[in-house]
Design a protein around this ligand. Structure first.
Ligand code: G6P
Ligand code: ZN
Length: 542
């Protein structure tokens, strides 16, 4: 094996965001761009010598090329072993599981998650640590520092590796295990849930549509839902991963999974609809005629988890990201377990899960998961829902209505203003921050602010701190508005405005936009968003 040292110069835009480095695909294809970031990652973890890694991606354009590059760079580092998903495919939760199962030192996951794929769309690379979870803030900071200091990287000059045949091969001394991407993950799911009960549910005529959105969960859903659990063929749609996700936007929400939503709101709706994103960590749950918000889904799953074998003895605690609604907090209260409020990003759940302080975690951004891996997990959420429906013998709508009846309803929506000029978005955030000290007691659009702050977090396990994680405005009467800038966009700034209104007893079936109208008006008035950004309406409401 010939290893060459290639001179390079630093790129100044390789600061990882909420979930790794995410850029336009063409940026990643610029010579040295991917290599610099991979080399910086190796530097940040103290080199790859003697270590083992998991490697795979969601199959988007440039996935295979990137995998070949990373394999050759890992070999040049002297890595001992790399486990690669067949065809270069691994869902994010499956990669997390493989890292843990094999005691690997970490993993490279190639994905820009729910962002579109293709040469003119997005690509991404994230590194997960030995616990199977996203790199901590400290590690991402070290990676970023290394991207700025890089002058050269090492790479093996060898033929491309065959990724399509399961089995073992080598580059020099480095062993490469090409594995079936589904088998170990599917075994894990079978160990968590009552597969017999779910099988009986389908055998009894329960109907479902799972939309894999042309992304990575297709093979997983085909095998588990249609294969193992006996759902009729055709239950999984768009189940073959494609490089550009069928030119779609693989984000499981009512906007981007519109076909599924339309079906679920029609006469022809099956009993349950579900979808997952590009890399398989997000999920959407829909019942006949009713959409379950991710925040509600988290709360409902937490309240009913004991119905699944893996959680039979109860849960240790719940964690939710700050912008996620407080529905889960009420469940935690009722169960007598703690509920942690963390900054946006799955990485903040890692320490809590590792320390067994929480069992179930979730985010408003369509992510739910548990201690079975260290990532959110789309299919896991779908299977837990199925397990609950089977155990309770109720429909999705009945489970949801019953939940609101018991806990009250946190009406919730997120308004996204996309590709806003960064300086204008920053100006709006500055304008908000400038008012924080004086806001309490003031009224906007008829709502009085009870408390306002810029969310800061101290990790209760490792003591690390994260400041400026989003502006929270609490209003009289159980309303809340949160402003933050997305950390996953690739163009300009995306402003996220999260709106919430708690209704305890009373109408749990009112139109969401109607219930949230007052807090929306108040939020726009305080922030002066329309004037400062030039935007009058959000691009996406989820
Ligand atoms: C990724 C992360 C999530 C996070 C989401 C939203 O999916 O894995 O943990 O909630 O991005 O991030 P954003 O910064 O765009 O709101
Ligand atoms: Zn994702």
């Amino acid at each position: 094996m010939t290893v060459k040292t290639i001179s390079t110069t630093a790129f100044n835009d390789q600061k990882p965001g909420t979930s790794g480095l995410r850029k336009k695909t063409r940026s990643f294809m610029v010579p040295h761009y991917l290599e610099n970031y991979v080399a910086a990652t190796f530097t940040a973890i103290g080199g790859g010598s003697g270590k083992s890694f998991v490697l795979g991606g969601d199959g988007r354009f440039f996935n295979r090329e990137a995998i070949q590059t990373i394999l050759k760079m890992a070999a040049a580092q002297g890595a001992a072993r790399v486990i690669v998903g067949q065809g270069g495919l691994l869902s994010t939760p499956a990669a997390s599981h493989l890292i843990r199962l094999n005691g690997a030192d970490g993993g490279f996951i190639l994905s820009a998650s729910h962002n579109p794929g293709g040469i003119d769309a997005d690509f991404g690379l994230k590194f997960n640590a030995a616990n199977g979870g996203p790199a901590s803030e400290a590690l991402t900071a070290r990676i970023y520092d290394a991207t700025l200091a890089i002058e050269s990287y090492d790479i093996a000059y060898v033929e491309d590796v065959n990724l399509d045949t399961v089995g073992q091969t080598r580059i020099g001394d480095m062993v490469i295990d090409v594995v079936d991407p589904v088998v170990d993950y599917s075994d894990l799911m079978a160990s968590l849930f009552d597969f017999d009960a779910i099988r009986a549910l389908f055998a009894g005529g329960f109907s479902m549509r799972f939309d894999a959105m042309h992304a990575v969960t297709g093979p997983y859903a085909h095998k588990i839902l249609e294969g193992t659990l006996g759902a009729p063929e055709g239950t999984v749609v768009n189940g073959t991963p494609s490089e550009d996700f069928g030119k779609g936007h693989p984000d499981p929400n009512p906007i981007w999974a519109k076909d599924l939503m339309d079906l679920m709101l029609s006469e022809a709706a099956p009993d349950m609809g579900a979808a997952s994103d590009g890399d398989g960590d997000r999920n959407m749950i829909v019942g006949k005629g009713t959409y379950v918000t991710p925040s509600d889904s988290l709360a409902i799953l937490a309240a009913n988890a004991h119905l699944a074998p893996a959680y039979r003895d109860g849960i240790a605690g719940i964690a939710r990201s700050m912008p996620t609604s407080a529905a889960a907090d009420r469940v935690a209260d009722a169960l007598g377990v703690p509920c942690f409020e963390t900054p946006t990003g799955w990485k903040f759940f890692g320490t809590l899960l590792d320390a067994d302080r929480v069992t179930i975690c979730g985010e408003e951004s369509a992510g739910t998961g548990s201690h079975h891996v260290r990532e959110k997990d789309g299919l896991w959420a779908v299977l837990l829902w199925l397990n609950i429906l089977a155990a309770r013998d109720m429909t999705v709508a009945q489970v949801q209505a019953d939940h609101w009846q018991r806990f009250g309803r946190n009406y919730y929506a997120r308004h996204d203003y996309e590709a806003v000029e960064s300086t204008r978005a920053e100006a709006m955030m500055t304008h908000l921050r400038g008012q924080l000290d004086t806001m309490a007691g003031q009224s906007f659009a008829g709502l009085t602010v009870t408390k306002a702050d810029d969310f800061a977090y101290t990790d209760p396990v490792d003591g690390s701190t994260s400041a400026a994680q989003g502006i929270r405005l609490f209003f009289d009467g159980g309303a809340r508005a949160v402003f933050r800038l997305s950390g996953t966009g690739t163009e300009g700034a995306t402003i996220r405005l999260y709106l919430e209104q708690f209704v305890d007893d009373g109408d749990h079936a009112a139109p969401v936009e109607q219930v949230l109208e007052q807090v929306r008006k108040a939020a726009l008035e305080v922030s002066d968003l329309p004037a400062l950004t030039g935007r009058n309406t959000p691009d996406v409401i989820t």
